[in-house]
Design a protein around this ligand. Structure first.
Ligand code: ADP
Ligand code: MG
Length: 457
């Protein structure tokens, strides 16, 4: 069980830093914690008015504060206190408070409780191989056959929806099936972090260590969370787990949304270890590969798309594989509803909004035009080395919007704004992203800039 006496004051402290004094006094001073687990925070609020207000305005603030303290973003449940106060009385208030959900932490001693359920479809057999993922795929196969010996660690990285989770789970399936005697654990990084935090709070650190160090293969998905959400102690523990497994010749596989060197908030000694084995990047698929993937996905759903339909989708969707899958699902649903065969013209109809969005792709000029007009700065100032607030803020806003609305990479965006490097862009995105949550006026500015940019004035 997470000790709520310890957690709640810390979360309140975080909230206090994020909202104005008066807001804190009005909305948070009398809120109490009823129960908490990494998945759910149940808060007791004094009346329905407060309930509504927190629900509408502050859920993100509460979750953000919880993330800072607990290392996870729980769902927030608000329960109205039964005071009998006639002013605040309402049906919602008279309803009995729902019982707190069981805190999953209490019984979670073994990784089995923390290990994610594997997706049964994420296997080598259903993985389409092409130039963009050939190295990652070959390495994944090699370590499935020779864990601990071929490449250790294997570090897979690449953008969202490009198959990292699929591959890392395919390795897990194969190890579990072919080598039943091995103890293999696949775990998302967030769960690993939560498990560690819970074990500290329950005084079960030793047990935690025993469990992880007794593994033959540890596969952690989305390790970048360790650099963004983890406290030092968690990083430290991971470091020791890594060393123990590595030294014992056990297999470690990690996936991340960026290269090791871009994990800027992670200790250097960890980052350098990630590079000891093989670092393999998965890239966005080429046109031919997109066609192959679409064909396979349609086949797996028992459908045949005409070639022209596959080509049309592949031409119009070049973001990632998850989006390709989404398009296939959409087309199949559309055909079923319209009770029609899958043809090129049906596909065009079904994917009309996606195709329009692509046609309206935002350029860097669109972003610059809107930001310079909004803040009355010149492009040359955004590209200059000046750091005064009057230039720095618009520059960061422009980077943030460019990242969100265009397809440029961090490097390309940095290059555009006076040859700054990708970490500067990443920092700008994090910063503005954080500010937007705290400052309604900035949030409003970003919203109208976004609308304006999307409409290409
Ligand atoms: P990531 O973890 O990199 O964000 P996922 O592994 O979740 O991406 O992949 C997103 C979706 O695309 C999944 O449903 C996955 O099965 C599918 N997918 C990704 N790569 C391939 C591939 N090479 N062949 C077939 N399906 C793929
Ligand atoms: Mg993933």
């Amino acid at each position: 069980m997470i000790h709520k006496e310890k957690v709640w004051p810390d979360i309140l402290g975080e909230i206090q830093r994020r909202v104005r004094h008066q807001q804190f006094e009005t909305w948070f001073r009398n809120v109490k914690l009823q129960a908490c687990s990494p998945e759910t925070l149940t808060l007791v609020v004094p009346n329905t008015f407060c309930h509504e207000w927190l629900k509408r305005r502050y859920l993100d603030t509460i979750r953000g504060a919880a993330l800072a303290v607990m290392g996870s973003t729980p769902e927030v449940e608000l329960v109205v206190e039964e005071t009998g106060d006639p002013v605040a009385a309402s049906p919602a208030q008279q309803a009995p408070a729902p019982p707190p959900r069981p805190a999953s932490v209490a019984r979670a001693h073994y990784p089995a409780d923390w290990a994610a359920r594997l997706n049964r479809g994420y296997r080598f057999a259903s993985f389409v191989v092409g130039a963009s993922n050939a190295l990652a795929h070959a390495a994944a196969l090699a370590i499935s056959d020779n864990p601990g010996q071929a490449y250790n660690p294997l570090f897979l990285h690449g953008g969202v929806g490009l198959g990292k989770t699929h591959l890392i789970q395919a390795i897990t399936h194969r190890l579990l099936e072919a080598r039943g005697e091995l103890s293999v654990l696949y775990i998302p990084c967030e769960s690993f972090m939560n498990h560690f935090i819970a074990s500290v709070q329950n005084g079960e650190r030793e047990k935690f260590r025993e469990v992880y160090r007794g593994l033959d293969a540890l596969l952690i998905d989305d390790i970048h969370f360790l650099s963004r959400g983890a406290r030092e102690a968690t990083q430290e523990e991971f470091f020791h787990t890594f060393n123990a497994l590595y030294n014992a010749g056990k297999q470690i596989v990690l996936s991340s949304d960026c290269a090791p060197r871009e994990l800027t908030k992670l200790e250097e000694r960890l980052v350098s270890r990630f590079k000891w084995g093989l670092v393999a990047r998965v890239d966005a698929p080429s046109y031919e590969m997109r066609v192959a993937i679409l064909r396979k996905k349609a086949e797996m759903r028992g459908r045949r798309f005409p070639d022209a339909a596959l080509q049309f989708i592949a031409e119009n969707i070049d973001t990632n594989i998850r989006d390709l899958e989404g398009a296939v699902t959409k087309v199949i649903a559309f055909a079923a509803l319209a009770n029609k065969l899958i043809t090129l013209s049906l596909v065009k109809q079904a994917l009309r909004d996606i195709v329009e969005r692509v046609a309206a792709a935002v350029t860097m000029e669109d972003v610059i035009r809107a930001v310079t007009a909004e803040y009355r700065v010149k492009l040359s100032e955004l590209q200059s080395k000046r750091r005064s607030q009057s230039v720095a803020l618009p520059r960061q806003v422009a980077m943030y919007l460019a990242r969100r609305l265009t397809r440029y990479s961090l490097e390309e965006i940095g290059g555009y704004f006076g040859g700054r490097d990708h970490t500067t862009v990443m920092h700008a995105c994090d910063k503005i992203g954080g500010l937007v949550k705290r400052e309604p006026s900035l949030a409003a500015t970003i919203e109208h800039l976004t609308a304006r940019i999307r409409s290409h004035p």
